[in-house]
Design a protein. Structure first.
Length: 223
């Protein structure tokens, strides 16, 4: 989801690479879980997020929706899934009674970064530290790549970049379509990258299958 903001207003003014140190570590959050509540529809899920959740929980995309863990929304003109906040305190459905994440090992990418965000530069992905989002004031420094906790972060960043560029192309294309064809495009993307079963169970296999689907879709759409 694009945000029309000035980074100077929400960050410490720096852009971080994966190997940089950033003040994000709050020692396991100590059960705080404030960032897991009241997030509305902002925790948008990319295909790998859903693949991770499905692999980890044993629930496919339809089950995740039917059981109230995720829901669909509109982001930059596209129909995309996001975590569904529940109850009076709008809590993430994956929180346990103690306020701890039950899917921490396979949590979504946005959750992994927090309180950092992604910045898409011409040379790839950089990160920025949001200074008003986390209530913990005594965070310590940790390497960005360790904080995100994805083994092959370079491959992941390439995938995220390519997915972002694809969504931008889709958004551009929506401006030239009528209502019927807009619905056709958005549903086609949703079904191809989210609803359809992923055969691969390992991360490297997911990337391979994703790019097969991506190239097929781009060819059909003329991208």
């Amino acid at each position: 989801m694009k945000r029309d903001i000035d980074l100077k207003d929400i960050s410490d003014g720096r852009l971080y690479s994966a190997g940089d140190m950033a003040r994000t570590d709050c020692r396991g959050c100590q059960g705080c879980s404030a960032c897991c509540r009241g997030m509305g529809d902002t925790v948008i899920l990319d295909p790998m997020d859903v693949w991770r959740l499905s692999t980890g929980t044993g629930m496919d995309f339809t089950a995740l929706i039917n059981e109230g863990y995720i829901e669909l929304g509109i982001a930059d003109g596209m129909i995309l899934p996001h975590l569904k906040m529940n109850g009076q305190d709008e809590a993430c459905p994956f929180l346990d009674e103690s306020g701890r994440c039950r899917v921490h090992i396979y949590r979504p990418g946005i959750c992994r970064m927090f309180p950092m965000g992604r910045y898409y530069s011409e040379n790839g992905i950089r990160y920025f530290l949001q200074i008003y989002e986390c209530r913990m004031n005594d965070r310590s420094k940790i390497k960005v790549k360790k904080w995100i906790g994805i083994p092959n972060l370079k491959a992941y960043e390439t995938y995220i970049w390519d997915w972002h560029q694809f969504l931008l192309k889709c958004e551009e294309g929506l401006g030239e379509l009528d209502e019927k064809n807009t619905a056709t495009l958005t549903l086609y993307v949703l079904r191809t990258f989210y609803e359809s079963f992923w055969r691969e169970k390992e991360e490297t296999g997911f990337y391979s299958e994703f790019y097969q689907r991506l190239e097929s879709v781009k060819e059909k759409l003329g991208f």
